[in-house]
Design a protein around this ligand. Structure first.
Ligand code: TYD
Ligand code: MG
Length: 475
């Protein structure tokens, strides 16, 4: 029997260290190393495992063969099915991450109830709440009469023994992975070793029986799933449930999906009776739009296969500071710096003495570079005090040379804009012929200078845009 070794494992990235240090060498995080024993079980190394038992031969099989059930079980909640790529995949493990209180348990309770109503066997194991609390939530959601089987348990071996009883479950929900612990590992629940070992055991169960499992994981403030970041590599799919404080809507975003697309989102609204689907998110994000005001531009974006229109708001104000402020909510800060630099060096628009604030309305988060053009339009509009036309949408990527580059899905973006009552568009030149009424009013600048000139109203006058821009009070 080898002597138990002590290891220090980073709770952020899972790397193993032989001695304690204040900072993890691998990921650079501070105070994340925690002492974990390795005697037996996971982490004891292949040597120890090998001496423990001889391998057993498994039956090799072929690619062709009968599949008994439909490979996916769709919940019927279409925003959820969209994010999972058509439903939960049998025999797969899905991780649902999100901040505490965002609505993960609510979403999964609703999904469990919907599936149970279709006749599937659904087991919901909660390690966080007592049975009474879960019942209370189910009552509030109006699903208390569904046949979901419920347990409040945290030990993996006990859970596996419980669900092995009777018909194989179609879906097992484990809320949350941080509370699970297994006899196989001897560190405290919530540590990387425990979380990894517990997830491993549950994933092995899913693969061997064909049940789908959902692991719920809490995310830390930094946006990483605390500790179980290591779990992301082990599971087949990762969904993040996100939302902005103070707003009611929630976005279920696919980060990883071995069986479907990874750029899909599902949009929900949290109400007093649980999560409601939002089939047309553009209306939600444009809902509070006032009449045209300087600094606002509507961006025609895409999330996966679905177009989403959202308002971008910029405020450019003279700065009393030596180094002006740049604050961004809902977009990439370095991308904003790039757009500002291109506006300064190629279009003669100066921001160096101005604070710049950028906000994506409704707390939505944009990940596409196609928002460049809308951001630039909003910035110039705020700086000049000239409102942009309210019925116009913007999209296009800006290169460092100031050229406007084409982006994918031009037609879909324009179609969505037209559907929501927009009649003008500013978009890149693309090879394809633009269709629809809106294309008659499409302005397709080759470079950002053209757009700035159009906003400043000096287009065709032969003057440089700076001439107009310098007359602005406060410049
Ligand atoms: P919950 O699903 O418990 O969050 P998580 O599992 O991600 O920690 O959701 C908790 C929040 O949602 C809580 O603040 C109350 C709110 N909520 C509603 O607004 N309406 C509802 O119908 C329910 C069930 C919860
Ligand atoms: Mg919960």
């Amino acid at each position: 029997m080898p002597k138990p070794r002590i290891q220090f494992i980073c709770q952020n990235c899972g790397s193993v260290h032989t001695r304690w240090a204040g900072k993890c060498d691998a990921c650079g995080e501070w105070n994340t190393l925690v002492e974990e024993g390795t005697s037996g079980g996971i982490g004891s190394g292949p040597q120890a495992m090998r001496s423990a038992r001889k391998g057993r031969a498994v039956v090799l099989t072929s690619l062709a063969g009968d599949i008994e059930d439909a490979p996916r079980i769709a919940s019927g909640i279409s925003e959820l099915d969209r994010a999972t790529g058509g439903g939960f995949v049998r025999g797969s493990a899905l991780l649902v991450g999100g901040d505490p209180g965002i609505g993960k348990s609510t979403l999964l309770t609703q999904a469990a109830a919907a599936l149970a109503r279709q006749g599937h066997r659904i087991v919901y194991v909660s390690g966080e709440e007592a049975v009474a609390q879960i019942r209370l939530r189910a009552q509030r959601l109006g699903v208390a009469d569904s046949a979901v089987e419920l347990a409040a348990e945290t030990n993996v071996e006990d859970i596996l023994a419980t669900i092995a009883d009777g018909r194989r479950p179609d879906l097992v929900i484990l809320d949350s992975i941080q509370t699970l612990w297994t006899d196989m590992a001897d560190s405290a629940p919530g540590t990387v070793t425990q979380v990894r070992a517990a997830a491993q055991a549950m994933i092995r169960y899913a693969k061997s029986t064909g049940a789908a499992i959902v692991l719920v994981g809490h995310v830390t403030k930094e946006g990483q799933i605390a500790g179980p970041r290591v779990v992301e590599h082990m599971v087949d799919g990762v969904l993040y449930f996100e939302g902005e404080g103070g707003h009611h809507y929630r976005i279920l975003r696919t980060v990883k999906n071995r069986f479907g697309p990874t750029d899909e989102i599902g949009v929900f609204e949290m109400s007093d009776k649980g999560l409601r689907e939002v089939p047309n998110p553009s209306e939600l994000f444009l809902g509070e739009r006032a009449a045209a005001a300087p600094g606002a531009a509507v961006f025609a974006g895409m999330e996966g296969t679905r177009p989403i229109l959202v308002e971008i708001q910029a405020l450019v104000a003279p700065s009393p500071l030596g180094t002006p402020r740049r604050a961004v909510v809902g977009w990439d800060g370095s991308r904003l710096s790039m757009v500002l630099a291109v506006l300064e060096s190629h279009c003669g628009v100066r921001f160096s003495q101005h604070d710049v604030y950028l906000n994506v309305a409704g707390g939505y988060r944009i990940a596409e570079p196609a928002a460049d053009l809308a951001v630039a339009a909003a910035l110039v509009s705020s700086l000049t005090g000239l409102a942009l036309p309210a019925e116009c949408v913007y999209f296009g990527e800006i290169s460092l040379s100031g050229a406007v580059r084409t982006v994918a899905h031009t037609q879909q973006r324009l179609k969505e804009a037209e559907k929501l009552g927009f009649s003008q568009a500013v978009c890149p030149r693309s090879g394809e012929e633009l269709a629809g009424k809106i294309s008659a009013n499409a302005f397709q600048p080759a470079s950002l200078v053209d757009l700035v000139a159009r906003i400043a109203g000096t287009n065709g006058g032969g003057k440089q845009p700076e001439a107009r821009l310098r007359r602005i009070p406060g410049e």
